[in-house]
Design a protein around this ligand. Structure first.
Ligand code: TMP
Ligand code: ASP
Length: 241
């Protein structure tokens, strides 16, 4: 029923278009490209867009069942979503359960160390600045985002999504180490989960072997990138399809 309209924007992992006759919707195509370190490193594999679209679709449906509002309207093709158009909040919300990535680097902490409670961090979305870490005070004093009341809502939503995702992945023997979320506001002023949740935006470690099945395999040339993304999808389909 929905048809692709005019081209809007091409990001690192998705292409956005209008939806014909629906001004409040966006047509989102998942691309096969992979980037890391603010797109300094580029790669791709065939079906990457398809795999991430499917993984993310299962997860967004699961979160909807847990009463979390998302931008997903319909999977119109295996690699294409129609979503609600939102006023995007220029912050990345990162939630961490165990030390890895930039946190390990910043504080010289061992990878895998469990945090005593989930840690929520904000990063300011800016390609030019390479998405720097920001504190709530910096957001306020530098006028990075005017609607400050939502910061505590973003934190509680991040923690709620974390609890849902941890149990989602536990059933398929994956430990959720950390992940990144993006949100927007709808026309009622409600905060809605946007973007995607996939091995691009999560760290997922096998509960038994500790092997990672996520974008770090591409970032750090660990090999088996495609196999790892497929393995995540296969595990999800075995349990949730
Ligand atoms: P970090 O340890 O590099 O700060 O990443 C934390 C989490 O956020 C990790 O699961 C990967 C994800 N992430 C993105 O989705 N996009 C990004 O641009 C970055 C830097 C991290
Ligand atoms: N998302 C960023 C990029 O595509 C960074 C990353 O995920 O490592 O460059």
């Amino acid at each position: 029923m929905y048809q692709r309209g005019d081209f809007l924007y091409e990001g690192k992992a998705k292409k956005l278009y209008k939806v014909q006759s629906f001004d409040d919707l966006i047509w989102v195509e998942f691309k096969d490209s992979l980037t890391a370190f603010n797109a300094e490193k580029k790669g791709q594999f065939s079906d990457k867009g398809l795999i991430n679209s499917k993984i993310s679709h299962y997860i967004f449906n699961y979160l909807t069942e847990q009463n979390i509002k998302t931008h997903l309207v319909e999977l119109v093709e295996p690699q294409v979503w129609v979503t609600k158009k939102l006023d995007m909040i220029p912050l990345e919300v990162v939630v961490r359960n165990q030390v890895a990535g930039s946190l390990a680097k910043k504080f010289h902490l061992p990878k895998g160390k469990k945090l005593k409670k989930p840690l929520v961090e904000f990063y300011y979305k800016s390609d030019e600045l390479q998405d720097p870490f920001v504190s709530a005070e910096q957001i306020e004093c530098l006028d990075l985002y005017s609607n400050l009341e939502i910061l505590s809502d973003l934190k509680s939503l991040g923690l709620k999504v974390n609890e849902s995702l941890k149990s989602f992945f536990k059933k398929i023997d994956l430990d959720l180490i950390d992940f990144k979320l993006e949100f927007g506001c709808n026309d009622k002023g409600e905060i809605v989960l946007a973007d995607e949740i996939s091995p691009d935006s999560c760290r997922l470690w096998d509960s038994k072997s500790g092997d990672n099945l996520d974008k770090d395999r591409f970032r750090y040339d660990q090999g088996k990138v495609e196999e790892s993304y497929k393995e995540v999808l296969n595990r999800i389909e075995r349990v949730y399809a």
